[in-house]
Every structure is written in C-alpha cells, then in structure tokens.
Design a protein around this ligand. Structure first.
Ligand code: MG
Length: 379
C-alpha cells in the first residue's frame, strides 16, 4: 500500500498554547494554558497528517517537557522520520528507534505519519490500527478535593453524566477515608480506582493494604516513577491490582513489569511509551497475559485524542479510558467539531478518513508560540 505514496513536501513542528477555561491548579503550580507540541505534514497530493506530543510543561511527571519535546521533534525525530525507507508508521517508528527516551517527541511525529497514511489511503485511523466498534467507554478522574462531601458531590455528578468508571487521586492523608465514603455512598457496582501519582513509599504498605477492603479496580502508581522493583514488592502484599503509569515508558518496560508481577493493570499513554506502534504491541502483550489495559489522558487537544480513540478500539483494551471532552478543560479545541461523551459514558470513534477530525488551522496559527520548519518553504 505504501509503494506509490506521494512524497512529503512540508513538515513542521509547532508549540501551541490552549487556553484553559479556568486556571489549572495542581501540586506543580497554577497555569492559564496547556502548552502542547504539534507535528504537521503535507504530501504532494495535498494530504495532511497531524500529530501531538502532549508532554507537560514541567519535568515533575516525567523528564520530557513541552520544550524538550519541541526541540527533539524538530531537530532529531522528524528529520529521522523523513529518512525512513517508506512513509509507513512502522518504518518511521523504526527510523526513530535510535533515539533514547524522548517518547513524547517520537509519539507526536509517528502520530502525524499515522494520520497522513490514513488520509492518503482514504481510511480511518481505526481501520489502519485494526480496531473495531463504534465507540469506546470512558471514565473520569477526580482531583483531591477540600472535603469528602465535595468529592461525593462530584462523583454523583460524573456518574449522572454517564461515566463508567471513577478514579480518585489520592495522597497520604487523603486515601482510605474518601475511598470508603465513595464506596459506601454509591455501592459495590461503581467501578472505582485510585491514582497516587507516586506519593507513597514501601513504608506505607499498611495504609495501602487497607484499600483492599473497597474492591478497587487498581491502585495506580503508588510508588516512585522509576521504582519498578519496589512495585513488585508492594504487589505481593496487596490483593488490589497495582497499575503502573509513570514507570512504563516503552514496550520493554511493560514486558519487564509483567514478568516480575510489578503490576496487574496497565495505564497506557501513547506519548509515554513512544507512539502508537509501541502501544499496539503493548495491547497485544496485555491481551496474551490477561492483563487489564486502558488508555490514560495527558490533557491532549483533539489532535492527540483522535489517535487515542482509535487505539482504544483495538483488541486488548479492557477498561474505560481517562478521557474528558475538551470542553471540560479548554475554551475551545483545535479540532471542530470536537468530541463529546455520550449519555451512556462512551465517545464515538471517528470514522472519517485521515485524522478523523477537522483541524482548525486558523486556531493553530493564532495559538502558535514557536514553529520550526523541517521541510518546505522557510517561514
Ligand atoms: Mg496516573
């Protein structure tokens, strides 16, 4: 299918700022906009490919940042991708395989080549990835609230909106109490899980063990971001499946984690593992091993979500994805129309050829902070 593909004629990387509806407050500070990195390709037939490398703007989640993702994508990843033997995502991923780490840059570049191939072949991303089904189930992630009552109110709201799974962020001092309150208020049928974002150590095993009483789908990333071995030690003491997020940064990381029983549940973010090709291999591995798998969120724009939605419809994804509609976070999306959550707690998988969403090039242009042209006319 790729032998008679038209050549790529323009290739560029942009850093853009998406304004939040209200300033976003986390333990890392207050931000007014979500800066992300976009990769844009066009071929000689006029087909377009958009990809997104949604690293965060600080190195407190993973070493990758918006700035490093922009720099590596523009200086290394995209030039290597353009030298790939053909333009297929697999060849592009292989060509960029010499890059160590920098998974968000590689993922964003590869994503653009996925969308370009889908456009060139007149197929949807879902078809190209071998996914199936019209929609995928999604869950909602709730931040740490001021009071347990506030959390109960928000859980009630999210369940009424149809979300099929509730995830509570926890930290020492905010763990057993809110979990017990939610379980007692909403009953045994609500799918409930927690995410610790690396806030605990092995010294907290007794506290974490108390969470076994509440039938959680998983405890996500309880220990430090690179503590693979320690998670295996912890899992031995817990009935609740440990889920890993930050620790899993490649297909090989997932294989190692499963080999030593460091987790029994996998949060997969394409940007964190180096792209959609690696993601599909991880899905296959989890399916073979009978491991629960779901797609996490990085507050992507609709450009990044397009690939995630198609990916979630592939075999191996067993649990609801972390995916709020863009309208919850942003004043507007970079795609229009954007996606919405249906009353049954699902999001429709795009069926249109190419990316599957129409990109608002005017908004991308207006929100561009910096741009690097790798191929094509200089700015
Ligand atoms: Mg997480």
């Amino acid at each position: 299918m790729t032998t008679d593909r038209a050549p790529v004629v323009t290739a560029e990387v942009r850093q853009v700022a998406l304004p939040f509806i209200k300033p976003f407050v986390t333990g890392f500070g207050v931000t007014a906009s979500r800066q992300t990195v976009l990769i844009h390709l066009t071929d000689a037939d006029g087909n377009e490919g958009w990809g997104e490398g949604p690293a965060l703007d600080h190195p407190f989640y993973l070493p990758d940042t918006t700035a490093t993702t922009f720099g590596i994508a523009a200086d290394v990843a995209l030039p290597l991708a353009l030298e790939a033997g053909d333009l297929s995502p697999a060849s592009v991923a292989a060509s960029m395989g010499v890059i160590r780490g920098n998974t968000f840059a590689r993922s964003g570049v590869e994503g653009a080549f996925w969308a370009l191939q889908a456009a060139a072949e007149g197929r949807s991303l879902q078809e190209l990835m071998g996914g199936s089904g019209e929609s995928v189930p999604v869950g909602e992630s709730l931040g740490i609230a001021a009071t347990v009552d506030e959390t109960l109110e928000e859980v009630a709201l999210r369940l009424s909106e149809g979300y099929g799974r509730i995830k509570l962020k926890i930290r020492p001092g905010w763990d057993v109490e809110p979990v017990r309150a939610v379980r007692e208020a909403f009953g045994p049928d609500v799918m409930l899980q927690v995410d610790a974002n690396a806030a605990y150590t092995l010294a907290d095993v007794d506290t974490l063990r108390r969470l076994d009483d509440y039938d959680l789908a998983c405890i996500e990333q309880p220990l430090q971001w690179d503590a693979l071995l320690e998670h295996a030690q912890l899992q031995r003491h817990l009935a609740t499946p440990v889920c890993l997020d930050e620790t899993l940064r490649s297909f090989e990381d997932v294989r190692r984690a499963l080999d030593i029983d460091a987790c029994r549940n996998v949060n997969l973010k394409p940007g964190r593992v180096g792209g959609l090709t690696a993601s599909l291999r991880i899905a296959e591995l989890c399916r073979e091993r009978g491991i629960a798998l779901w797609c996490g969120g990085m507050m992507e724009s609709g450009i990044g979500r397009a690939g995630n939605l198609a990916l979630c419809s592939a075999a191996g994804f067993t649990d609801p994805a972390d995916m709020s509609p863009a309208s919850v976070l942003f004043e507007w999306d970079l795609v229009d129309p954007t996606f919405e959550v249906e009353p049954d707690g699902t999001i429709a998988v795009p069926v249109a050829p190419g990316l599957g969403f129409a990109v608002r090039a005017d908004r991308v242009e207006a929100q561009t902070i910096r741009r690097s042209v790798v191929l094509g006319p200089a700015v």
